[in-house]
Design a protein. Sequence first.
Length: 137
Amino acid sequence: MVCGQLRFLEIVRLGGNFSRFLLVGGLGFFIDAGGTSLLILLGVAAWAARVPAIILAIVFTWLANRNFTYQIDRPKSVNEAARYAIAAALMAALNYIVFLVLITNQIWPLAAITVSTGIQAAISFHFYRIFVFKMAK
């Protein structure tokens, strides 16, 4: 009975973490999109505007996920930041590959974005938890 209760509590904890992860990701999206849009309005080319905006979004999501989603209490490190950047790049590539597969199979682009982002969110939540923040099970 105790093992079942502990497993249930772990599932509840992960569910709360996943909700916070989705909130952080949504805020990161708005930082990226908003920063890109602002820089474009200021006359920066779209391809160039995306670079600082996405860097700012990645730094924000690293710090917010570390403190709010996964509630890590050990000090930040360059190693952890590098792992997060690598993980973010891998997850973005996964999202784009799934998106390309779907649109080449005649899936409506907005539906493809939704599906690819959903898949990425589910995988990246656990990838960040294990690879970046190394949380105990």
